[in-house]
Ligand binder design. Structure first.
Ligand code: AGP
Length: 565
């Protein structure tokens, strides 16, 4: 589970009727060295990687958590919103808490109900009835039983002939089995060495289908590259070339729903939202479909006008981002149809959608989205191209595009040198116009998360309305300036910036004297540039991270899938 980029780690195993629990702060690989794992025998266990929400990053706050005794240990993903009230109540009857987490209340509640009733099933169900918020938790009991339950957080069972896995992500067990059982909201599962039983909230047994998961997802190897992020950056030419080839019927069904909608609302978070901004531009201008964007975390405040004639198109790499899932559920509640573009076809988002298109770029391990963005964009271009009967010419352009990305990758050494030059930069402004503006936002996001540099993306025209006041001789401004209709206006803006002493970095296929530093990209059809011009930012941010001794695969404070609100 380490790929998600969390901050502390813990494990509990059961040996001879006793739970052995160890945990620590840091990455799995580092913490493991400090724990005497050899002493943790047993054929039942649970592990967890934490991304702090309630309570600092400390040993005590790492999961698993005991109740008052060491007879039950739990791990939890999500947020228990009524944890304060529950904690007060439990303290009132004598429970003693050892952490600042919301999660620990689950251990104490389970313990209380188990001590009262001596029945694991009842104890779990009664515990769930008390919890408000989102949860996927797993508890191990000293007798070797494991139980789990979920509400709005994923929990998946993997089955092999000799036993079972239970995990928040299929990648947790995919190297051992491709047979997965997806638990429904409020399901409870109880496992021991022989049996697997699933119950609803009334305690009645329920059957959940076994899904055969694609094995390809299991390959998360770095190959010859120093980091996953670099490998994923290099995978992009091939990903672009093969976009959409296997899914034409699905794409056409998707297009039909889009065509018949009154409004398409695009939503996503972070990088996926930047893709949504480009999708809006393409849908409105080329497919002539009315489209709007709402960033997922703001969706709940902007529900007016969404009804059964609307289509919500959610874009997400993981399909597990809590903000996105919340937006999707709100839109569903208003009667909208749900479409999604998602990399993990077994994710919660794919499963809740009326139709989804898989971006098929393989697992993305680096916390910073790189290849998933390019793959999402290529798929959007394919969809819009089919909607406008080939007006983008994207189908014929994919091979050219793959070649263009390879040419930029060939200049990696030069971009590396530029990164060395920028290593002490404190502020970088990135400007672009029209369809290049979302790339300015995406470029800034890459520099922030990988290189920890304050970076701001903005439309070039807005600079003079305020941000120009910030420009001084130690500022760097990157101008996304392909040779299209935005070129001349950008050059004019560049001169205004230069007059204030900033260093100008041009990303363009057309050189100009105003650039102090020039990153050359291949010339392309104007509408296609975004897929090309994002690549220099990814490479630059990667080498800036190295120059600043940051780990590009695991940026500080960030998680790969943000499954909490
Ligand atoms: C991008 O580099 C980020 N790490 C982040 O902004 C990400 O795009 C966002 O959290 C959305 O994730 P999703 O695509 O899996 O929904």
């Amino acid at each position: 589970m380490e790929y998600r980029g969390y901050d502390s780690v813990g494990i509990a195993t059961i040996n001879n009727g006793k739970i052995i629990l160890k945990k620590g702060v840091g990455r799995v690989a580092d913490v493991t060295k400090t724990l005497d794992l050899a002493s943790m025998a047993g054929d039942t266990g649970v592990g967890h990687t934490r991304w702090a929400t309630h309570g600092n990053v400390t040993n005590n706050n790492a999961h698993p958590h005991y109740g008052c005794t060491d007879r039950i240990a739990i791990v939890h993903n999500g947020i228990i919103e009524n944890h304060k009230e529950l904690k007060e109540e439990l303290i009132g009857i004598g429970h003693i808490f050892k952490s600042d987490t919301d999660s620990e209340v689950i251990a104490h509640l389970l313990e209380k109900y188990y001590v009262d009733q001596k029945d694991i099933k009842k104890a779990v169900i009664d515990t769930c009835k008390r919890l408000e918020g989102a949860y996927a938790f797993v508890a191990v009991f000293e007798n070797g039983t494991i139980c789990g339950s979920r509400y709005n957080e994923p929990l998946i069972i993997g089955s092999v002939d000799t036993g079972h896995f239970i995990s928040s992500d299929i990648l947790g067990f995919l190297e051992y089995t491709n047979k997965a059982i997806y638990l429904d909201n409020r399901d409870t599962v109880i496992l021991d060495s022989k049996n697997l039983q699933i119950f609803d909230m009334n305690g009645d047994p329920v059957n959940r289908a076994i899904t055969q998961v694609a094995w390809e997802l299991a390959s998360i190897d770095k190959g010859k590259y120093a980091h996953h992020t670099l490998k994923e950056i290099h995978e992009q030419p091939v990903i672009v070339e093969k976009t959409g080839t296997q899914n034409l019927d699905r794409i056409d069904e998707f297009c039909n729903i889009l065509k018949n909608s009154r409004t398409v609302i695009l939503t996503g978070s972070g990088t996926s939202y930047h893709c949504a901004l480009i999708a809006k531009h393409l849908l409105s201008n080329f497919a002539k479909i009315h489209a709007e964007t709402i960033v997922s975390s703001e969706f709940q405040y902007t529900l007016d006008g969404i009804d059964s004639s609307s289509v919500l198109l959610a874009i997400s790499q993981s399909g597990e981002t809590a903000d996105v899932l919340q937006a999707v559920k709100a839109a569903k509640h208003m009667g909208a149809r749900l479409l999604s573009i998602v990399n993990i076809p077994t994710s919660s988002l794919a499963r809740i959608s009326d139709r989804f298109l898989p971006v098929e770029c393989g697992p993305e391990v680096g916390v910073a989205a790189t290849k998933s963005f390019t793959a999402q964009l290529s798929l959007i271009y394919t969809v819009v191209d089919r909607l406008c009967k080939g007006c983008l010419g994207f189908e014929d352009y994919k091979v050219f595009l793959g070649g263009a990305l390879r040419k930029i990758l060939d200049t990696e050494v030069e971009i590396h040198r530029i990164a060395e030059r920028l290593r002490d930069a404190t502020d970088i402004y990135i400007i672009g116009r029209s369809i290049h503006y979302p790339i300015a936002l995406e470029g800034a996001l890459k520099l922030k998360e990988l290189a920890y540099i304050h970076a701001e993306g903005m439309t070039a025209g807005e600079l003079k309305h305020g941000p120009l006041a910030l420009i001084e001789s130690n500022s760097y401004v990157i101008i996304i300036n392909p040779n299209d209709t935005t070129f001349n206006d950008n050059i004019a803006t560049a001169h205004e910036i230069k007059a204030r002493g900033a260093t100008i970095i041009g990303i363009s296929d057309r050189p100009n004297d105003v650039y102090d530093i020039f990153i050359k990209i291949p010339s392309a059809k104007s509408i296609i540039y975004p897929i090309i011009e994002v690549l220099p930012f990814q490479i630059l941010a990667y080498y800036l991270a190295l120059a600043k001794n940051a780990d590009p695969d695991y940026p500080r404070n960030l998680a790969k899938s943000v499954t909490v609100k």
